[in-house]
Design a protein around this ligand. Structure first.
Ligand SMILES: [Zn+2]
Length: 432
């Protein structure tokens, strides 16, 4: 492990264990922003800690975001972003992290539920971490490494840079977001006010993996209005919206679903079916790396809705399509230096970077589309959204060290001048 990572390790672990104990589950069905008030509990802790570190412009906003500035000596302003909320797929209440020191490379039985076992035959990445310190849950909750590993690494990196004023680095803007897991992470994110020239989300997994490509995504809703009549006297009158919805679902092609696709294949996926005899609503997500294919998935749903509507003209069937996010690669390709700098920072930490398209989205996908180029970087967390979630302490330290290297690299004139984002080399900012 490189020296910087070794130096960061204890601090990043301590922060991580502190943050994961704070319940920040977001809520898909909430109408408020942030979706759950408890996300602010972590926001308040981070706000206080950033002030204690001596960062400037520390702010917990009305929407629950945490922002701060670490002035630098030269170069563009680099944004570092992670999300504070955790997925509602598993409980995030009363998280009890366990640290398995100097891991022996065998199966790990989680202490709160002996049925929950991290098995090395299902987990080659874990098997390769013998000798590391591994953080797991007790088996009854998720861990929340997604994305508190990213939060702890950014905090560890800026704490390190703040404590080492002799290290030349670019100005940094820290941004901790809410509600990423419910797809609303950057709804109120003010890019102008954030003021970074480009940014990185720390929200990936395996060390070395740097993401510049996400799905393009849309949400499709199909509304079916039937006709409700008392079932005792409904012969030749009733039009049951539930049955029409079921008919439509039954016709979905089997080879275009999440259960049957991988790698670069897209899919359509029903996520919710609600209704009564009188009216029903089907919600779908459509995903593809290719914009044209995504449009075909949307058209498929329109066609299925049309067919059901034609078969039962007494029903009214309507379709709405809403874009969720777009593959960020088309935006990131306008300034490849931003992603290449992340590659170079990884190499300076002894890691050979690699790519794999994300079968999902990131806050960075939405920010990139809105003009703030934001590739995604590894955090060392694994098996997100699960009670089997885990993270290697050494990997988290390597991720934090990568951030330090990235901040240093962007202060070097040869890097700053290669980027077309922002203004390149700037007048040196004051060192607060
Ligand atoms: Zn995440």
């Amino acid at each position: 492990m490189p020296d910087v990572a070794a130096e960061l390790r204890d601090d990043v672990l301590e922060r991580f264990l502190r943050y994961v104990r704070i319940d920040t589950t977001s809520d898909q069905d909430s109408e408020t922003y942030p979706s759950t008030a408890k996300q602010r509990d972590l926001g308040e802790v981070l706000e206080r800690e950033l002030r204690e570190l001596g960062l400037d412009d520390v702010e917990l906003t009305e929407h629950g975001y945490v922002f701060a500035t670490l002035p630098g000596s030269a170069g563009p302003t680099v944004g570092l972003i992670a999300h504070m909320d955790t997925s509602q797929d598993e409980s995030g209440t009363n998280v009890q992290p366990q640290v398995v020191r100097n891991y022996d490379g065998k199966d790990i039985v989680l202490p709160g539920d002996p049925q929950k076992i991290l098995r090395i035959d299902e987990n080659p990445i874990l098997a390769a971490r013998a000798g590391h310190d591994i953080v797991t849950t007790d088996g009854t909750t998720l861990l929340g490494a997604d994305d508190k590993a990213g939060v702890a690494e950014i905090m560890g990196a800026v704490a390190y840079l703040a404590a080492h004023p002799e290290i030349e680095h670019a100005p940094i803007r820290v941004g901790f977001t809410v509600d990423e897991e419910v797809g609303r992470g950057v709804d109120h994110f003010d890019i102008e006010a954030f003021g970074a020239d480009f940014a990185y989300t720390l929200d990936g997994a395996e060390v070395g993996r740097i993401d510049d490509e996400t799905f393009s995504a849309s949400e499709v809703r199909i509304r079916i209005e039937g006709l409700s009549v008392h079932p005792g006297t409904s012969k030749d009158k009733m039009v049951n919206a539930i049955k029409l919805g079921a008919r439509l679902l039954e016709r979905l092609p089997k080879d275009r679903s999440p259960e049957t696709t991988e790698e670069r294949e897209g899919f359509v996926h029903p996520t919710r079916f609600t209704g009564t005899t009188a009216e029903a609503e089907l919600r779908f997500i459509a995903r593809d790396f290719d914009a044209e294919k995504l449009a075909q998935h949307e058209q498929l749903l329109r066609d299925l809705a049309d067919a059901v509507g034609k078969e039962e003209p007494r029903a009214r069937v309507s379709v709405t399509v809403e874009e969720s996010y777009r593959n960020m690669k088309e935006f990131l390709d306008t300034d490849p230096t931003v992603t290449k700098a992340a590659d170079e920072a990884a190499r300076r930490c002894g890691i050979e970077p690699w790519r794999e398209p994300i079968r999902g989205g990131t806050d960075g996908a939405m920010l990139s589309a809105r003009g703030l180029l934001t590739p995604n970087m590894y955090t060392g967390g694994q098996q997100f959204h699960s009670v089997l979630e885990w993270a290697s302490v050494q990997d988290m330290a390597t991720s934090a060290a990568t951030i330090v290297e990235l901040a240093k690299l962007w202060a070097e004139p040869e890097w700053a001048s290669r980027s077309s984002s922002g203004t390149g080399v700037r007048t040196p900012a004051s060192r607060g």
